[in-house]
Design a protein around this ligand. Structure first.
Ligand code: TRP
Length: 331
């Protein structure tokens, strides 16, 4: 039987090609050897202020995006965190082995407090505990995450260890798996791709938008005129080519740039075609899925039903070990 692991997705915002290269490609690769549980973490999303009338839409939007980008709900489980109440049940029990001082030192918490000093709620403080519960509920041995989540994984291992020491060996200590794939910067060539910086190519951008964004993106700043030779090694567009183009195209662009044989726009046009080929089918599949919300709900309901027995089995053992259940009532 394939082992499970849990990975969480915030139901927020559009996905960009940075997400695609980082998380999604890696997850789809792991679908072969594991049965992953992809949770749309709506309870985590509640730690920031939000409009309740938008939550359902955000969840369906996230589901459509990840399915369109290649997550297979047959080979993995795609579910909504709030559909499996065992997540919060385990989080409570883990709360009771979590020192408050340890939580207050988590960098993401400190950052959120700085960003939103008027909304420092208990949920935000306990965010990492709920995340640890997500992970441990499925006895995950690995968790694919981005670099920014590493402190949460360290915390999760610590809490697993504390629980095991107090109540007996129950949880494996999960290791983070960071994406080994290529990283690209945002279109500005300065920062990593980020929604808040408006430097993204989104997985639902139209062909016109893709063309416009790439044709106006900066290249080698020293190459001011078409006749100036350029240096591909300092060109952000060339760094995209390295990820998306063929070796022949790479050679063509590098050589053409250094000798001023081709202009930046010629070089960009090759990339624009590749991006249209990558994004087009994802965008269409997403639109198609969003037009069928019933189908999305069916997939999510089915995911919840498949996740539930795994979660229940863990909770039965946890209740047994912690002594909160009478014999025969733990499940
Ligand atoms: N904190 C993660 C993020 O913001 C989301 C998340 C919640 C998660 N639970 C998880 C990620 C469990 C991995 C495993 O991206």
């Amino acid at each position: 039987m394939r082992k499970n692991f849990f990975s969480g997705i915030q139901p927020s915002g559009r996905l960009h090609i940075g997400n695609y290269l980082g998380a999604i490609k890696q997850w789809t690769a792991l679908q072969d050897s594991y049965e992953p549980v992809f949770g749309i973490v709506d309870y985590h999303a509640m730690t920031a202020r939000y409009d309740p009338s938008e939550m359902q839409g955000r969840v369906l939007d996230a589901a459509a995006s990840y399915l369109a980008a290649g997550l297979d709900p047959e080979r993995g489980i795609m579910m909504v965190q709030s559909h499996v109440p065992e997540h919060v049940e385990l989080a409570w029990i883990l709360n009771c082995v979590t020192p408050m001082g340890r939580l207050s030192r988590i960098p993401t918490f400190k950052e959120k407090v700085r960003q939103n000093p008027d909304n420092v709620n208990m949920g935000l403080f306990g965010y990492p505990v709920l995340m640890a519960a997500d992970i441990l509920l499925y006895r995950s041995e690995i968790v694919p995450v981005g670099e920014d989540q590493v402190p949460h994984l360290e915390f999760t291992r610590e809490i697993a260890r504390r629980f095991n020491n107090t109540f007996g060996e129950t949880f494996p200590e999960p290791a983070e798996v960071l994406s080994s794939g290529a990283r690209i910067l945002g279109l500005d060539g300065v920062d990593k791709m980020s929604k808040s910086l408006d430097n993204c190519l989104y997985l639902d951008d139209t062909d016109e938008v893709i063309t416009k964004k790439l044709s106006t993106a900066p290249t080698d700043p020293a190459r001011k005129r078409r006749d100036d030779p350029g240096n591909p090694d300092v060109c952000n567009i060339y760094s995209y080519h390295k990820v998306f183009s063929t070796p022949e195209e790479l050679e063509h662009c590098a050589e053409g740039c250094r000798t001023a044989g081709i202009g930046c726009l010629d070089c960009k046009n090759i990339l624009i075609e590749h991006m249209k080929e990558l994004i087009g089918p994802i965008r269409e599949k997403r639109t198609d899925l969003l037009a069928r919300p019933e189908e999305l709900r069916r997939i999510l309901r089915d995911g919840g039903e498949r996740a539930r027995p795994i979660a229940r089995a863990t909770m039965a053992e946890v209740k047994e070990r912690t002594g909160v259940a009478f014999e025969g009532t733990a499940g």
